[in-house]
Design a protein around this ligand. Structure first.
Ligand SMILES: [Zn+2]
Length: 320
């Protein structure tokens, strides 16, 4: 045991991390574990105990190491995070938070796939946001096709796609076309969808119903109870983020409090929508924990129950 430990102490974490590209599954386990050792207590004894546990229950350890998944963030996107990407990633990883990096256009979707490829516990969603629908979406099908040729695919969803009639940054007919084409891709590749729908549910539902069997999440849901119920009746999940921690709208608060826990996915939408009490700062992936804490306190249940159930929900929907 000691000799393995001293060998380990010479291992460079950066080397291990890039080894994840080659044999991701095992390298990931090892990486998580080594991080724990190096960041563990200062005494040799504490390190030794941690090591023993890992050897005995490596699989269990690995399964427990990720406590939460931020089901919708934009950490991969250099337009938002630039040089901060690695720093923010490391903080999330150290807190046991995995993430789904969601594309908003062709460039950002390509970056999401690359980022997922190089980082443990990161998955990608590819898609063109309704804001950017006018710029085209042909690359999305190609990304899915390429990804399926890999030993370990990184793309777990199509998104974020939908309709946004609040900003109307793209003409509405182009938004609808883009949504339909990308829903077609979700069906073809059997992946769920991260939906962005704002002030457009009346047009959204008839389109959605034309693609029976498509599963997904209504990301950053802020609409009416009626539309939440429609979503649930179509077996969709509801994405909750920082908005739930700072909205003053009593109806919204009531809605967030009463959604069935087993249908909620937690998300940050980082760098946007920083949860209370950190309003004013740039949002980051690790802050998804604040959303979880808020859900727990609003419902008078334990944080563990919230993290456990929502983690399971995210794994179920995205098959991870
Ligand atoms: Zn987003």
């Amino acid at each position: 045991m000691l000799s393995v430990m001293s060998a380990l102490s010479n291992v460079n974490l950066k080397t291990l991390h890039s080894a994840g590209d080659v044999r991701r599954g095992s390298a990931r386990k090892f990486f998580t574990f080594s991080r724990k050792i190096f960041r563990g207590g200062p005494s040799g004894r504490t390190r030794g105990e941690g090591f023993e546990i890992q050897i005995k229950y490596s699989q269990i350890w690995y399964d427990c190491s990720m406590r939460l998944i931020d089901s919708h963030c934009h950490l991969h996107d250099t337009e938002f995070f630039g040089d901060l990407r690695e720093e923010v990633y490391e903080r999330a990883a150290a807190a046991g938070v995995g993430m789904i990096c969601v594309g908003t256009d062709e460039r950002s979707s390509t970056q999401a796939v690359q980022f997922a490829k190089g980082h443990a516990d990161v998955w990608a969603a590819v898609g063109v946001h309704p804001h950017d629908a006018r710029l085209g979406w042909s690359e999305i099908g190609r990304l899915l096709q390429e990804d399926r040729k890999q030993d370990k695919p990184n793309i777990v969803a199509v998104g974020e796609i939908g309709l946004d009639y609040f900003y109307d940054n793209s003409p509405r007919d182009i938004q609808r076309q883009s949504l339909e084409s990308q829903l077609q891709l979700a069906m073809e590749y059997h992946v769920p969808v991260s939906f962005h729908v704002r002030d457009a549910f009346d047009d959204f539902w008839p389109i959605f119903r034309n693609f029976p069997g498509v599963r997904g999440v209504l990301h950053s849901f802020t609409d009416s109870k009626e539309n939440a119920e429609k979503g649930l009746s179509h077996n969709l999940y509801i994405g909750m983020n920082g908005i739930s921690t700072f909205t003053k709208d009593a109806k919204q608060q009531e809605l967030y409090r009463t959604l069935p826990l087993e249908k909620i996915l937690l998300e940050t939408d980082a760098p946007f929508l920083t949860p209370a009490p950190l309003r004013g700062r740039m949002n980051e992936v690790g802050y998804v924990e604040l959303v979880a804490k808020h859900v727990a306190s609003e419902r008078h249940i334990s944080l563990d129950e919230v993290t456990h159930t929502t983690l399971q929900n995210t794994r179920t929907l995205f098959n991870i």
